[in-house]
Design a protein around this ligand. Sequence first.
Ligand code: PEP
Length: 234
Amino acid sequence: MARVRLVAGNWKMHGSRTSVAALLDELVKANPLGCAVCAPFPYLAQVAERLRGTRIAWGAQNVSEHAQGAYTGEVAAAMLADFGCRYVIVGHSERRHIFGESDAQVAAKFAAAAKAGLTPILCVGETLEERDAGKTEAVVERQLSVVDFKGGVLAYEPVWAIGTGRNATPEQAQAVHGFLRKRVPADTPILYGGSVKPQNAAAIFAMPDVDGGLIGGASLVAKDFLDIVKAAAK
Ligand code: PEP
């Protein structure tokens, strides 16, 4: 994996067949380079079908750490790979904090995804309390150090900036990205995530160690997402 620019949309648990079709129509019309959309499981087949032959990649938002077996409700990495999935988000803060995923579980998910040939997008990031206590670097280092990180994309997502409308300043993002850069293979794309909007994207993406973004809310609005993709391409 080269150190490429990438903007990945995380649709979270939003959408319907109709809204997904409308959003994909707009994205395909623009057909930009350097972007991906991570959709809820039920819509992955629709996304795969609509994006076939386009420049837009797609991925899932979660994956099981288990290869197969009696794990009701889980989805294996091989199943995603089976129908052409490229990316999968692992360790999103909502998975860690709402569903209690541990660092070890996230590491196992990363390994399972990589083994199946997917490109995991590993999310790391500190809470506001941890930042205020001066623990940002220790937290992201702990989250990263348990992962056998090869061939993945890293996303720095401060928890206090996700879905809050409060983004890190470009300098705050750069400081953590610079710290992480020394701890992953040199060609690793490192994305910033946390309330990225068309209005703030260019300044964040101008930082030397920011290679693009992981975009939640704004990825559901075609024009906003495409403007953010454009900002990353500059
Ligand atoms: C995310 O879900 O990873 C995210 C960064 O969300 P938002 O852009 O809405 O803050």
